[in-house]
Design a protein. Structure first.
Length: 280
């Protein structure tokens, strides 16, 4: 998938050049008919019994947990910064942030699903700090259960339950003095001088954000992806460990379908998904 580009080099009759997403222009720019909206509503209702949608209370609970974790991370980074004798002004503004990625960040997670998250820290915070002092700080927290570290994994991770929500937390430190709340991880300049483990940890967030950036309509994309994921899971082909496609791969295929039919609603996109990739 490529960034949105324009078709043609000049305007015609004073009109602006038509924009498209991806490396090719759209197959169809047709807008949905009334029947397409009806089918999309029926698609939504058909998926509800399978637990693909969370209720408002569950969504708010996740947001609350992530808010607590974000504050917890900032507190830890400030403590480590102080212990390393940084100036008080630097300690106060050192920041730190939790980013989510995967199904939760895409907005297509199911009931009871875990959250993939990334702890981003400034340059003076070491990975050893994350797996030692931060791990110990988590261990002392009353709401943290089932805590375990997998430090020698391909992408090192700390796994735990925070107030009932399962979280897989990765770590990356950037070559920055502080981590602002408005940090955008999509910039390639952030990858300079990083070790391979940090790059791997950042990859999930960067890919997820790029997918969301490159789809014409996020809500249509999300509903379509929910349907395709449910179909794949019901047929036992949702698993990269077993040689099939994993979550990111399915998301990329759906995103490409959305680029080819930018004005279509979910019911149409599901149909076009199978049409496109049965002939790919």
């Amino acid at each position: 998938m490529k960034e949105m580009s324009t078709t043609g080099n000049s305007t015609l009759g004073g009109q602006q050049p038509r924009k498209h997403y991806g490396i090719t222009s759209a197959i169809s720019l047709a807008f949905p008919r009334e029947i397409d909206h009806i089918y999309t509503q029926k698609l939504t209702e058909a998926m509800k019994p399978f637990g693909v949608f969370e209720g408002e209370d569950e969504l708010n609970h996740r947001l609350a947990v992530l808010g607590k974790l974000n504050s917890f991370v900032k507190e830890w980074i400030a403590e480590i910064s102080d212990s390393k004798n940084l100036p008080l002004s630097s300690v106060t503004n050192v920041g730190g942030k939790i980013f989510t990625f995967g199904s939760y960040r895409l907005g297509v997670h199911t009931k009871g699903a875990d959250i993939d998250a990334l702890c981003v820290a400034p340059r003076h915070i070491e990975r050893t700090d994350f797996f030692s002092s931060f791990f110990e700080k988590l261990k002392r927290h009353d709401e943290i259960k089932d805590l375990r570290a997998v430090e020698d994994a391909f992408v090192p991770v700390i796994k735990f339950k925070f107030d009932g929500i399962e979280i897989d937390l990765l770590f990356a430190r950037l070559a920055l003095q502080s981590i602002p709340d408005n940090l955008d991880l999509r910039g390639d300049s952030l990858l300079r001088n990083l070790d391979i483990r940090c790059i791997r940890s950042l990859n999930g967030c960067r890919v997820t954000d790029e997918i969301l950036y490159l789809v014409p309509n996020k809500e249509n994309f999300r509903l379509t992806l929910r349907a395709i994921k449910l179909w794949a899971k019901r047929r036992g082909i949702y698993s990269n460990m077993l040689g099939f496609l994993g979550g990111v791969s399915w998301a990329m295929l759906v995103a490409r379908t959305c680029q080819l039919y930018p004005n279509a609603v979910a019911a149409t996109l599901v149909h076009k998904f199978f049409l496109v990739f049965s002939k790919w």
